[in-house]
Design a protein around this ligand. Sequence first.
Ligand SMILES: [Mn+2]
Length: 436
Amino acid sequence: MEMEIYAVVKSKDSYAGNYLVTDGSKDYYLKTPEELGKYDFIEISGEFSDNHIIASSVKNLGNPKIKDVIGKLNLKLNDWNPSIKSKIIEDCRASMENVAKALKFMSIVNPKSTIRFHNDADGISSALSISQIIGGLKIQHNSAIYFNKDAFNDIPALKYDPYSAVVLLDCCTNEESIEALDLLKSADINIIAIDHHPCNPKIREMGIMLNPWLEDPEEDASKYTSGYLCFEVAKLLGHDTSKFVGISLAGDKSKIMEITPKDKERALVFDFVASYSSYGNRLDFYKDLVNDSALYSSILLKANEHIENVSDAISKSTKKEVLGNGLVFITLDIDKVAKKSEFPGRGKITSRALEMENNENAVVIGYNEKSMILRLGHAAFEKGLKANEIVKSLMAEYGPENASGGGHAKAAAFVFSGLPSEYILSQIKKIVSEVK
Ligand SMILES: [Mn+2]
């Protein structure tokens, strides 16, 4: 039968004069006099019979970007059937399917890749899901930002291989990462990201991106954790990674699906281990921890002890004021609670303070002389307050040389210099008071 397809050369040494190529769902033996290289992307016309092609013409298209090949190959996905039926997830369908196709392409062609996952339970859950689909180096990324130093670490490792990719999980789609991502892009390295932090629309141009904030910045898009998004992507490829979703939701305090007590435990253990990040955790270590070993129980015990200890300290160090609009403004001198380089860190402590207050109207600010951490109860968010917007407006006022930060609608943080924390607290209080 005479046909035309696009394909990628998998190997050139199958047997004399032939190539093994794939169209994304099927392998073929290709007979052609053309000289082709491994990984070449080709357009073939020829006579097809079962898994053999005798080419009448082969056009070599080189090694384009992954985003340009996935639409042309025959990459089949499972039927669209997300576990959460909501408008924003429906709106994410195209980008979810694109990311799934890109990962499928990578699982077939196996280019060199580096997965960078955020150093918390959500980031780890995401990586555990995605590592069922693709191989490659896995690095715990101890920041929300992709820095130039990260780019210059990844570029030499990946630049010389066709279709090589950096896969960013639960981090690095923010405005601050754009410059370094642009370096990767200039080095012709593919960028694939699955994230749920507020992002800059410009991030779309950087690569193959899945982030609910790109679809609807007004919705509480952060609640669709990266671990949940990775689970949906894996599902499109026939992998069941549901056991990691609850861990991700527990870690990021999202209630979109059921969380079991075991999920909460595992999230706590992951967060505890991830916070001691200086020794560079590897994903395999987290994978082993999931199997209830003696080490797991020991870590869980210690993590719980740490949480209990800070809970005592939190109740002694918070100041509370009920505002005219019903919101409860709570400040926490965080250095009285946090121990340097110990779990839980300042962000987790501020989250814990909100949890302990157990009031949907609460707005908690954990502060010291260099940083502010904001946590909002759901009712405060419903009234129109957004932690990331507060941070953004203050940063704009103080200027980039004095303040930098970001975050989600209900959780954000920034660092500052040259301004007294009392002054900043009073400004935040004013913004919170003005909500109707
Ligand atoms: Mn997350």
